[in-house]
Structures are given as C-alpha cells and as structure tokens.
Design a protein around this ligand. Structure first.
Ligand code: C5P
Length: 233
C-alpha cells in the first residue's frame, strides 16, 4: 500500500466534532490520519466512521498486546472499519504477531498493514532494566524489529534516531513509521528527541506521524500544506 504523501496527522482528542472538523479540513493535504486509544476508547466505531468519512486513510493506533488468539480477535473486530494501518506490541512475541498478520490477511485486498511497536520512546535504559531487560533501548528496538519482520509484519514504529540502523538491518520494503517529527521552528511540546520531516525522510522513514504542529496551529490546513510543500521542494 502506498500513500499519496508521507504525513499522517495524529488526531488526539475525545471530541468527535473536533476530530471530524480536522479530518475534513486535512484529508486532501495529508497521506492519512492517526486515531489512537484516546479517541477510539472515547468515540468507538461510530467516532471512527465520522473521521473516515473524510476519505483519508486511517492508521488505527491501538497497540494491541495480549495472547495470540485475543489479538487476532481484536484485529478481526476492526477489519469492517477498513483501517489502512493497525499495530501491535512486538514484545507480545512471534506467535502473537503471526496471529495478528494472519487475522489482517482475512481482509484480502483491503488488508491493513500490520505494524509492530518496538520500545516505547518514553522508556530509557533504567526503565527497561526494571522490567528485566538488560539491553540498551537501541539493541532492544533492533531485536524486536527483526522479530517483527520474521513474524510477517509490514514494519515498525520507531524513533527518528533508529531509522538509519533499522533501514540497514531490515532492507527497503520494511515500513518505518516515525513520530516525534517537528518542522523547523515549531514547538517541541513534550517530545524529547525530534527531527524535521526532511531529515527523517532522508534517513529512510516511510510515514511521518505529526500531531500538534498541525492540529494546534491557528490554521491546521495551512500547517499541513506547508509541511507537504516543504517536502516536495
Ligand atoms: O503531537 P505530536 O506530533 O507529538 O503527536 C505524536 C503522536 O505520535 C501522538 O499520537 C503520540 O501518542 C504518538 N507517538 C509518539 N511517540 C511514540 C509513539 C507514538 O509521539 N514513540
């Protein structure tokens, strides 16, 4: 699946009217929209459909993590919504990821991409050690991304500082979805390490997740268009 533009705008809200307004404004100027736990848990399938009506491809960011049978069931339950991308935690293991990929394939030609979440960027080495993982976050990301590829997933979510090594490890076809992207000069908010859209694409990112620099701009459409234009230049 290819998208007309690499920007997926994260819509993090519990308000259907606001999400729908943003979706309709942005649909023609971004590659897609990302809906996560906050929106989906508050607004459910009906809220999803209100956003999907805009025609934009949707990345349904639910980060599933459970036993294989339950994750497969969770994926099947959202297939009628026809998301373009869904995701699971790679730390759920190979059998779980294989079950997720198999469940997604039941949608045939409308199969969503299934993406693995490696190590949450909110976790540092100390946090990993506290969960019994002695590796550095970078080594753990590489290990989980390789396991995701081996399990038949289409790609992973990764931090901008991991794009280069994962592209080398896993080759050209493996999708790298990257949050923590900030156009030059925009507010960093609570992100710790950020990169510009141009830098991330040059290193090999496929999809850039950008939220607040677009959604909190006075004119979200102008902000999205500005980023798209800067990429085309
Ligand atoms: O507003 P901002 O551009 O920071 O939004 C980024 C989006 O990507 C949010 O939906 C956030 O939850 C998500 N995300 C992230 N960092 C990760 C994984 C996901 O910012 N490591």
């Amino acid at each position: 699946m290819t998208f007309k533009n690499p920007i997926f705008c994260a819509i993090d809200t519990t308000d259907v009217t606001r999400a729908q307004m943003l979706a309709h404004a942005l649909a023609g100027s971004v590659g897609g929209l990302k809906l996560g736990l906050e929106y989906f848990n508050a607004c459910g399938h009906e809220g999803y459909r209100a956003v999907a009506e805009s025609g934009a491809p949707i990345f349904l960011d639910l980060k599933l993590h459970d036993i294989p049978n339950t994750v497969a069931g969770g994926i099947r339950a959202v297939l009628p919504l026809k998301p373009a991308i869904v995701n699971v935690h790679a730390s759920g293991g190979k059998a779980m990821m294989q079950a997720a990929a198999k469940a997604a394939s039941e949608a045939g030609s409308e199969r969503p991409l299934v993406i693995g979440v490696t190590v949450l960027t909110s976790l540092d080495q100390h946090d990993l050690a506290a969960t019994g993982i002695a590796s550095t976050p970078r080594d753990q990301v590489r290990r989980l991304a390789a396991l995701a590829a081996e399990s038949g997933l289409d790609g992973v979510v990764c931090g901008s500082h991991e794009i280069e090594v994962l592209r080398q490890d896993l080759g050209a076809g493996f999708k790298l979805i990257v949050p923590g992207i900030r156009p030059a000069g925009s507010a960093i908010n609570d992100q710790k390490r950020v990169m510009t859209p141009q830098e991330a694409l040059a290193l090999g990112a496929d999809i850039l997740v950008i939220g607040r620099p677009i959604t909190e701009a006075n004119d979200p459409l102008a902000a999205a268009r500005g980023i798209s234009t800067s990429l085309a230049a």
